[in-house]
Design a binder for this molecule. Structure first.
Ligand code: HEM
Ligand code: HEM
Length: 151
């Protein structure tokens, strides 16, 4: 039990959480380049959308319209998103949630992220990517990170 942390309660909480997450994700040696170099993410445009996504899931708002999968399919076709990328993403997300919040919604933020990540990975398996024909077990090095494809 974490002492002194409260649960996620407002949209502002969702936004703070998302900003803290991107603060880490953009710097990450394995997935940072996907945001900065591949997607060339405009954080100020992106943060409100992701905050709406989480506000919809955690607080029952209807501010997110759906269609979360599509941008990931596009990234996948450019660089091949692998299990290793999602594992790093989830670790950063879980660590950011745990550092700031505790409670039922904080738990839901982690469990739902995991479900979505698994669903995305399953859906991406059926799509072509630059490494569709790479031999199993090969280690792929890109930019600053090294990952082992796990599926
Ligand atoms: C509090 C209730 C829930 C809300 C408000 C909610 C909301 C959402 C939203 C907004 C998305 C994104 C959809 C899109 O972008 O098209 C999503 C995706 C998803 N949710 Fe939930 N969710 C809830 C509970 C659950 C539960 C209980 C499960 C599974 C047991 C679940 C599994 C998933 C999966 C697998 C996806 C990804 C689907 C895909 O794009 O392939 N969700 N959810
Ligand atoms: C390897 C892991 C992931 C990477 C590298 C990644 C990267 C990205 C990038 C670059 C975008 C922005 C695309 C654009 O607007 O140009 C995006 C959008 C988004 N991502 Fe991810 N993502 C990952 C996993 C996830 C997971 C697990 C979730 C859900 C829990 C998620 C939820 C979203 C949502 C909701 C959007 C906004 C889509 C929209 O514009 O409506 N992502 N992601």
């Amino acid at each position: 039990m974490t002492v002194g942390l409260r649960d996620i309660e407002t949209r502002a909480d969702c936004e703070r959480l998302v900003r803290a997450f991107y603060g880490r994700a953009l710097e990450d040696p394995t997935i940072g380049f996907i945001f900065t170099d591949v997607a060339k993410l405009d954080l100020e445009a992106h943060v409100p959308r992701i905050a709406s996504f989480w506000e919809t899931i955690l607080l029952g708002a209807r501010t997110y319209g759906g269609g979360a999968f599509r941008p990931h399919a596009e990234l996948h076709m450019k660089i091949g998103l692998r299990g290793g990328h999602f594992a790093v993403w989830l670790n950063l997300w879980n660590a950011t949630v745990d550092e700031r919040f505790a409670g039922e919604r904080a738990e839901l933020a982690k469990s739902h992220a995991r479900r979505v990540a698994l669903a995305f990975m399953r859906r991406l398996e059926g799509l072509p990517s630059p490494e569709t024909h790479a031999p199993a077990g090969v280690v792929v090095t890109r930019h600053r990170g090294t990952i082992t494809p796990s599926g």
